[in-house]
Design a protein around this ligand. Structure first.
Ligand SMILES: [Zn+2]
Length: 565
């Protein structure tokens, strides 16, 4: 260092006294961060934000071209762009129809560098995730890859430190570093990326067979020495797990912050100074010790769908390369205030045009709106789906199903009254699941109904999610009774289910492999893939017009009107 100072001394006309001050000016490194983009190539629907004065604003913001422009405008000299997961999966039609290939390419254009995997990165299985990274057109599902153009894969790196394969080793890269500047003032940032431990309960089990999702803090801490050995001056954790403040705001605050990440943070090695989080779709910035749990760390999240962008600045002492301070802020990406990313806009337009003929096609008709239930309970929408599953698989020549069961957690939005377009149906059921018919005894059927009321509540849920049956099947439950004895009655066409009798039951592949924690479905025998995608069953059911079914198939004894005696 002394040698460099003296060289500076000779060159500087202003005198040597100023040189050390210049040399000790902090070096700033920028981390631009977002999360839960979920393939929102186009501007997503407006969201309601609570302003500082308590008023509410409907805000329209996000989409790939505007996010790309905001990143380009904010990007400084020493900068890195990261995502905390769910960049793909559960995506709108324009991305999903093309297996999220356009979203990966948009992220390439935007300059994303490191992407922690989230639960939704596993929606189509590990092989398809590896294709997202490596590119190519190998087919791992029902849709054809490379439908619009060749797919070159991600130019960014997926990090999945806690995704452990059958051999006990991580199946994805765990860490990464990036060096900013040259010479002794160069700063190296280390990155650890991971998904939440509960990923195994959130995705189709068949897609992640053989994978284990390890403890977040233990995994991260074990990687700290490795990053230090690679010269990391500070370590950023990209983690697809998060929390919420009581109100959805513009994302500057951290007041009354709570959630699953709160218990992880105190366990982290002190070398992990900065945490980019996600999964809750909330926007927040928690500075030094906010809530008393963060130990001086910075914790951020940028909502979802490219609505917000987090700008984190880490300041280092150039002599010691120690982190002196850090700050973060969320800004609203908006819809044009920063201009548009031209190449991304062109990409999006190309895929919107490719999707349009199918997206706009009228595929059915309904007598009324079919709403979903906000608590993932029974709803006209879920009943309609259950009836469509049964209709598609009822014939003896196709599986002979007698009962359909639908996970209400998978019913995303309502269907409109009148004309239903493909894009409406897709928005309601975007997963592209296929239908499986299995044999369950009456006793096994009861066991799976009991199981849904024995599981711990989903985070942020106020009541258990419902398995919604097709017409003819009804069940009553009583949450006041002990777990395992909460199903009071199950009837099929008015006749009680016989525990010894065998029933043919149709469900989607998500439930069949034990999705939503309902492992009871794995007891099914004579499992037959009906060869039908769920959305196609729905379309066939509503194509010539359909009356929206009423609710009343799943009855909570506590809220039921007593039957007349
Ligand atoms: Zn998630």
């Amino acid at each position: 260092m002394r040698r460099i100072f003296s060289l500076f001394c000779l060159a500087a006309l202003g005198g040597c006294a100023t040189v050390p001050r210049i040399a000790t000016e902090p070096v700033e490194v920028q981390v631009l961060a977002f999360n839960d983009f979920h393939g929102n190539l186009e501007v997503p629907p407006p969201v309601e934000v609570i302003e500082a004065d308590g008023s509410k604003t409907m805000m329209t913001s996000g989409g790939a071209a505007f996010l790309g422009a905001a990143i380009a405008r904010l990007r400084q000299a020493n900068s890195v762009t990261v995502s905390a997961g769910d960049t793909i999966g559960a995506t709108p039609l324009t991305s999903a129809l093309f297996l999220d290939e356009p979203t990966i390419e948009a992220m390439n254009q935007i300059g994303l560098e490191f992407n922690a995997v989230g639960n939704h990165e596993f929606d189509k299985g590990l092989d398809e995730l590896k294709r997202m990274q490596a590119g190519g057109c190998a087919k791992h599902g029902l849709r054809d890859p490379c439908a619009v153009e060749p797919f070159r894969g991600a130019r960014f790196t997926y990090l999945g430190a806690n995704v452990i394969g059958a051999n006990g080793e991580p199946v994805l890269p765990t860490i990464a570093t990036k060096r900013f500047g040259t010479g002794p003032r160069a700063i190296t940032l280390g990155f650890i990326g991971m998904t939440l431990r509960a990923t195994s309960t959130l995705v189709t089990p068949a897609g992640i067979a053989g994978l284990r999702f390890a403890d977040e803090a233990a995994t991260a801490n074990a990687l700290v020495p490795k990053l230090k050995a690679q010269g990391a001056d500070a370590i950023v954790l990209l983690i697809h797990q998060g929390g919420k403040t009581p109100k959805f705001t513009r994302g500057q605050g951290c007041e009354d912050f709570a959630g699953d990440i709160v218990s992880i943070i105190p366990k982290l090695d002190p070398a992990i100074t900065t945490i980019v989080s996600g999964h809750t779709h909330w926007a927040y910035v928690c500075h030094n010790g906010a809530g008393g749990t963060h130990g001086g760390r910075l914790l951020t999240s940028a909502g979802k769908s490219g609505i917000f962008l987090t700008d984190i600045r880490l300041s280092f002492n150039p002599a010691t390369r120690r982190l002196i301070s850090q700050r973060g802020s969320n800004s609203v990406v908006g819809t044009g205030e920063n201009g548009e990313h031209v190449a991304v806009r062109r990409l999006v337009d190309r895929y919107v045009a490719a999707a349009a003929p199918l997206a706009n096609k009228v595929v059915g008709r309904l007598t009324a709106i079919a709403p979903r239930n906000e608590d993932d309970s029974e709803s006209p929408a879920a009943n309609l789906i259950a009836d469509s599953y049964l209709a598609a698989t009822r014939s003896k020549t196709n599986s002979g199903a007698q009962i359909a069961l639908v996970n209400a957690t998978g019913v995303r939005v309502a269907l409109p009254a009148g004309e239903v377009r493909y894009r409406d149906a897709f928005a309601m059921m975007p997963f592209g699941n296929n239908l499986l018919v299995m044999t369950l005894t009456g006793a096994q059927l009861r066991a799976v109904f009991e199981q849904q009321y024995s599981l711990p509540l989903r985070s942020n849920a106020s009541r258990p999610a419902a398995l919604v049956p097709s017409e003819g099947l009804r069940y009553r439950y009583d949450l006041a009774r002990p777990a395992g004895e909460r199903i009071v009655a199950i009837t099929l066409d008015g006749v009680p289910i016989d525990p010894a009798r065998r029933y043919r039951v149709v469900v989607n592949n998500y439930l069949a492999s034990g999705g939503d924690g309902l492992s009871g479905f794995k007891a099914g025998t004579d499992v037959l893939d009906a060869g039908i995608v769920d959305i196609d069953a729905l379309i066939a059911w509503i194509s010539s017009g359909r009356t929206v079914p009423a609710v009343g198939r799943v009855i909570d004894v506590a809220s039921a009107v007593p039957a007349p005696s």
